[in-house]
Design a protein around this ligand. Structure first.
Ligand SMILES: [Zn+2]
Length: 821
């Protein structure tokens, strides 16, 4: 840069000196003459437009290895790639040899060749030669190829000398190579190399480069037909000249001459069309962007998506998207924003799903689990309730529509149970979780937290595949960096994904003796004692996602057991509109979405059935990655109650010793194992009022809250309910708390038909002694709803025998058999 400036000044000085000497020799040094010259000079100085070329360019994306991923045609219908960074060395030799042998010596025009051209043209009686230098041709191109007149020629010469003052030779060559026509609508060496040879201009052979070098002068030669012979002659002529000038050797010349001309133009690749559109819609429009995409992987993922969509379309599922990211850098390695259209049918295949907000289904549950662990509110196996719950207006269900009373938090996560997730969010707090999601990088929480409420964890909020994959990558990075940062946290480990390749590594300097620059100092990471989520909770979360791998909503999960250790989570949104799958190893994140871009749900559209197989196919194409290192410094091995998952007490009958996160040491000890008092036989419970203490047995007993117990014992046959009190001992359970009003035992129920010939409903009703208590209703073992204060429910059971079973919050149960006629 500095060199260039000096050169320009020198040239300017020379110029001024020359001007001065001319002035000195003028006999009449009148002020008028000076003024006139000054005006002329000013006119000359400002004659060249500030920017020579203002044409719009194609938006172009390259893969990380500089291969072309795709390009968008410029606004004026030209394949004009953005200005090249460097002129390919072979092209430089070829173009100078062919067009302007004295390019590096002349001041913009070459008087000798101009005179020669004039003589030839006069002899022939027509314009055969132009005698133009590359500089003059560049000016001519920038002036949109005006008519070849004498006047225009003079203008070109003047502007060329001015351009030589402003630009270095190298810059002029760059401008020429970037804007020269190469036949048809191909402009510039880059576009030409991809169009005619399907390769980067730097990778072309001498013969190929020579072919391109003769084109700007006569672009139509590229078209098929007679022209081609002439093109071959010209190319070989140029090759000969290159040989004579010593640029290439004899064997290169001979081999080059044997090379064939390109047949028909290659269509430009479109390997990542949605990423190209994304770049086009960003501030990088009309530029050439080198992305972080791994072109081989991109092609493989494209193929995987296409083959799966072929299968999915039989169930009218037409769209799928996938993203692969490198954990360490957060760089995207593959980006398939949507599947290609099948048989030219339009299923909104141009929509980039990766950046479209979609209902998140269960995909946020691992974040909540990690957050609760991090906050020290649960241990990995802590029991969480799985009993009917009523959210404002609707009651969420597990996929299986059943309840288990209480389940271990890690199993609730790996089986993706909805009800325990709701209870967990209730404990953690909606506002708090909402804030956490925002800090982790979710950009689509457009409404205030209370608008989502507890449904936030069940897909009530929308998320982008891009953001969510970014969160998982950040989690993995946090664990990977834990020991590297000596147990401290770099908050910038949680960052959005990136697709633009950048060579500015701020942590590494090429010359290690150099003092770090100011920028380097500024960017030195600040390490903190606490991460957004610490490494141990994340590690435990990944472990939970690895261990069971058996989501509730899925058959045939065994198919997915691969040789690779992958932590994964699926999600299915309400109404079967979105099927998600995200998998993670210590090196890669793979995120997949399946569904219909227009939002239409399909039965069977689940994350497990549709998205997970794609995710595993992609993992098969990735190198193996070691499992995460356990962050031991942040964990302790402690005894926990194997029944409740809480820290064990002396009453817990069976104990496991497990690794827990350090913050978990403050969790509550097991509240479920309690000491109860039995009579000598062990069959009845007693109190000190009806039994002497010396006759009592004191036994630890695992006691769940009544409603949880009611569901729990159906799934866990080992569960022993509390023994009843010994006759004569105080027992509040003896007095009946609730009873049926309708129907009576073994009643025959008649369901009337209304005037519209529709079956109407019958009101079932019970009474309860305790006001404000909640009663859970079950018909034939299936939960159908809950009541409070007024215990009525309208039902229309089908014909036949039924059992109605009700359980209240205290675990009292009543049942009634009836028959519908
Ligand atoms: Zn216990």
């Amino acid at each position: 840069m500095r060199k260039m400036v000096i050169k320009t000044i020198l040239m300017d000085k020379n110029f001024l000196r020359r001007l001065k000497s001319i002035l000195q020799h003028m006999r009449r040094r009148s002020i008028i003459a000076y003024a006139l010259l000054l005006i002329l000079f000013i006119f000359y100085w400002f004659s060249l437009p500030k920017k020579l070329f203002n044409d719009s360019c194609s938006t172009v994306i390259y893969a990380s290895d500089n291969n072309l991923l795709g390009a968008m045609i410029a606004n004026d219908g030209q394949w004009r790639f953005p200005e090249i960074e460097k002129v390919p060395p072979k092209f430089e030799k070829c173009i100078c040899q062919f067009e302007d042998r004295h390019f590096y010596g002349h001041p913009g025009f070459n008087p000798v060749s101009l005179v020669r051209a004039m003589i030839v043209n006069i002899k022939r009686g027509k314009i055969v030669q132009g005698g133009s230098t590359i500089t003059m041709q560049t000016i001519r191109l920038s002036r949109k190829n005006k008519n070849r007149t004498f006047y225009e020629k003079i203008v070109e010469i003047i502007l060329s000398t001015r351009a030589e003052i402003r630009y270095s030779k190298n810059e002029i060559l760059k401008l020429f190579a970037s804007n020269a026509p190469f036949g048809s609508n191909v402009v510039g060496i880059d576009a030409a190399a991809w169009r005619y040879f399907g390769r980067n201009a730097n990778q072309l052979s001498w013969a190929e480069t020579a072919t391109l070098a003769v084109l700007p002068n006569a672009p139509s030669l590229i078209f098929p037909g007679k022209n081609r012979e002439l093109l071959l002659v010209k190319r070989n002529l140029l090759l000969e000249r290159l040989y004579k000038s010593g640029t290439i050797d004899k064997s290169t010349l001979q081999l080059s001459k044997l090379e064939e001309l390109p047949s028909k133009p290659f269509p430009l690749p479109q390997l990542a069309p949605h990423l190209l559109t994304r770049v086009y819609n960003s501030s990088e429009r009309n530029k050439l962007i080198k992305t972080t995409i791994d072109i081989d992987l991109q092609q493989k993922v494209n193929e995987i998506i296409e083959s799966h969509v072929q299968k999915l379309k039989s169930n009218e599922i037409f769209n799928a998207a996938a993203l692969v990211a490198d954990v360490e850098t957060g760089n995207i390695l593959a980006y398939v924003g949507n599947s290609a259209s099948i048989n030219k049918e339009d299923h909104q295949n141009d929509v980039d799903i990766i950046i479209s907000p979609r209902s998140t289904g269960s995909i946020l549950k691992p974040i909540l689990y990690a957050a609760l662990l991090d906050a020290g509110e649960i241990l990995p196996y802590t029991l969480v309730p799985d009993i009917p719950v009523m959210l404002s207006g609707y009651s969420p269900k597990n996929y299986s529509k059943t309840y288990e009373g209480a389940v271990h938090a890690n199993k609730a996560l790996s089986r993706s149970l909805n009800i325990p997730a709701v209870y967990m969010l209730k404990d953690y707090g909606v506002d708090r979780f909402y804030g956490l999601l925002k800090r982790l990088g979710l950009t689509t929480l457009d409404y205030p937290a209370d608008r989502y409420g507890l449904s936030l964890i069940l897909g009530g909020a929308e998320g982008k595949l891009w953001d969510i994959a970014g969160v998982y990558a950040g989690f993995a990075r946090t664990v990977n960096h834990f020991s590297q940062n000596s147990g401290l946290y770099n908050l910038s480990d949680i960052k959005p994904l990136n697709y633009i390749s950048s060579n500015d590594t701020i942590y590494e300097s090429e010359n290690r003796n150099l003092k770090p620059s100011k920028k380097l100092k500024k960017n030195r990471p600040i390490l903190l004692r606490k991460g957004i989520i610490d490494a141990a909770p994340i590690w435990l979360t990944f472990k939970a996602l690895l261990e069971v791998n058996r989501p509730e909503d899925e058959a045939g999960w065994e198919w997915f057991l691969t040789s690779k250790k992958v932590a994964w989570k699926t999600g299915t949104s309400y109404g079967f509109r979105d099927g998600w799958a995200i998998g993670i190893t210590s090196k890669y994140v793979v995120a997949v979405w399946t569904g219909n871009a227009d939002g239409e749900g399909r039965p069977g559209l689940t994350g497990v059935d549709c998205a997970a197989p794609i995710m595993f196919d992609i993992f098969e194409k990735l190198p193996n990655a070691p499992w995460f290192n356990q962050p031991y410094d942040e964990m302790q091995r402690i005894p926990v109650c194997s029944m409740s998952g809480h820290r064990s007490t002396s009453l817990c009958t069976s104990v496991d010793t497990i690794w827990v996160q350090e913050s978990g040491l403050k969790t509550t000890p097991c509240p479920y194992h309690k000491l109860i008092h039995l009579d000598k036989t062990g069959k009845f419970r007693v109190t000190s009022e009806c039994e002497s203490t010396s006759q009592m047995l004191h036994v630890p007993w695992f006691i769940l809250p009544p409603v949880e117990e009611w569901y729990y014992k159906t799934k866990n046959p080992f569960y022993k309910t509390l023994p009843s009190f010994k006759p004569g001992c105080l027992n509040s359970q003896d007095t009946k708390q609730m009873d049926f009003i309708y129907p009576k035992e073994n009643a025959k129920v008649f369901i009337p038909i209304d005037i519209n010939n529709q079956k109407s409903r019958v009101i079932f009703e019970i009474a309860h002694r305790k006001p404000g208590i909640i009663v859970y209703w079950h018909l034939d073992g299936i939960y159908i709803g809950s009541t409070k204060d007024i215990h009525q429910l309208a039902l229309d059971p089908p014909k036949g025998k039924h059992i109605l079973e009700l359980v209240d919050e205290n675990g009292n149960v009543i049942t009634r058999k009836f028959e519908v006629e």
